[in-house]
Write a protein that binds this ligand. Structure first.
Ligand SMILES: C[S@@+](CC[C@H](N)C(=O)[O-])C[C@H]1O[C@@H](n2cnc3c(N)ncnc32)[C@H](O)[C@@H]1O
Length: 323
């Protein structure tokens, strides 16, 4: 597999020498740990995600659930053709445990370049190890990606942007790595109206994100049983709007095929995913569209996509000019 890696800071070439990638000048050195090049500090604001994906390593993987949930979301949102993307340079940003890496690697014959800021990269590699010759995975930040600008035909970034410190800078970083004529697809938490932030998550997050991960997970696990019962009861009374006052993720979106046990595990994981991150910045779809348009992209789609088993707020663009 051809390496596209370069120095994230200078954009200059780097070479693999032993257990490191090293710049030509020798000034920069990026270690390869457990087969994965590392282009950022191990300790960073994403450590909750590392913890989460180590604990729930296979929970949302299609192969684990015998579902096509991630596959439906990937192709529903991108509308990409597996034969076409098999021959292109494709970048995934923020891969987590690798549910979408799995979809790409299973349904194409192409190479996937994938990064995540947390040590979830190890979980992704483990989950997709049989494809390791087509999975170029590294630990890096969206703000310092180890690839030259204007490299990728396709860039996708699912469920990540709201968890970065600056939504706008993150979008600009994605555009930088796409080729002119390349496509970028993002999905994210949308602001639906004035009521979006009137939610127990946003009220409790200042506290919960500061709790040690283990304690937060324990609190959620102890309470999830009654929260699911109350959530389902309110939905059955057509009072779903009241569920926002229960500190649990929106479980009405989960695939209907999940068993009770799976549904509980997904609820624990997704609630942790909502209450633990350092950043949670939802955006209006029209504002995300504007950021792309102001940075040289043509909008192909901006709205909500419904796919079998769920729905996502998606913006899909083509990069029209180099910045
Ligand atoms: C909610 S998870 C989504 C993971 C995966 N895309 C999925 O949908 O299953 C968000 C991911 O974004 C990653 N992330 C957060 N900030 C990042 C950054 N600055 N650069 C790269 N990845 C980042 C986290 O480590 C985490 O794995």
């Amino acid at each position: 597999m051809e390496s596209l890696y370069c120095s994230p800071k200078t954009g200059l070439p780097i070479k693999k020498i032993g257990d490191n990638f090293i710049s030509e000048s020798g000034d920069e050195k990026f270690p390869i740990v457990n087969e994965i090049p590392r282009f950022c500090l191990a300790k960073n604001y994403s450590k909750n995600f590392g913890f989460q994906w180590q604990k729930f390593d296979t929970t949302q993987l299609d192969k684990n659930n015998n579902l096509k949930f991630s596959e439906n979301r990937f192709y529903g949102s991108t509308q990409w053709n597996p034969k076409v993307i098999s021959k292109q340079n494709v970048l995934e940003v923020g891969s987590g445990a690798g549910r979408f890496s799995e979809v790409f690697l299973k349904t194409t014959t192409g190479i996937l370049h994938s990064i995540d800021y947390s040590n979830a990269v190890e979980v992704n590699l483990k989950n997709n190890y049989k494809y390791k010759n087509r999975l170029a995975i590294s630990q890096a930040s969206i703000y310092e990606m180890p690839f030259p600008d204007s490299t990728f035909d396709k860039v996708f970034c699912f469920g990540v942007l709201q968890h970065t410190p600056s939504f706008k800078k993150s979008v600009v970083a994605l555009i930088q790595k796409a080729k002119k004529g390349g496509e970028i697809v993002v999905d994210f938490y949308p602001i639906k109206g004035w009521y979006t932030k009137i939610h127990s998550k946003y009220i409790l997050r200042p506290l919960t994100k500061r709790l040690p991960n283990k304690i937060l997970l324990k609190l959620i696990s102890i309470n999830v049983g009654w929260m699911i019962i109350v959530f389902d009861f309110l939905c059955s009374l057509k009072l779903k709007f009241l569920t926002r006052f229960i500190p649990i993720t929106d479980i009405s979106n989960f695939p209907k095929q999940l068993t009770r046990k799976q549904r509980k595990e997904w609820a624990i994981m997704d609630t942790f995913d909502g209450f633990s991150p350092e950043y949670d910045n939802p955006m209006r779809i029209k504002d995300v569209k504007k950021i792309f348009a102001e940075n040289g992209c043509g909008i192909n789609f901006a709205g909500v996509i419904n796919y079998e088993g769920g729905s996502s707020a998606v913006v899909k663009v083509t990069k029209l000019k180099d910045q």
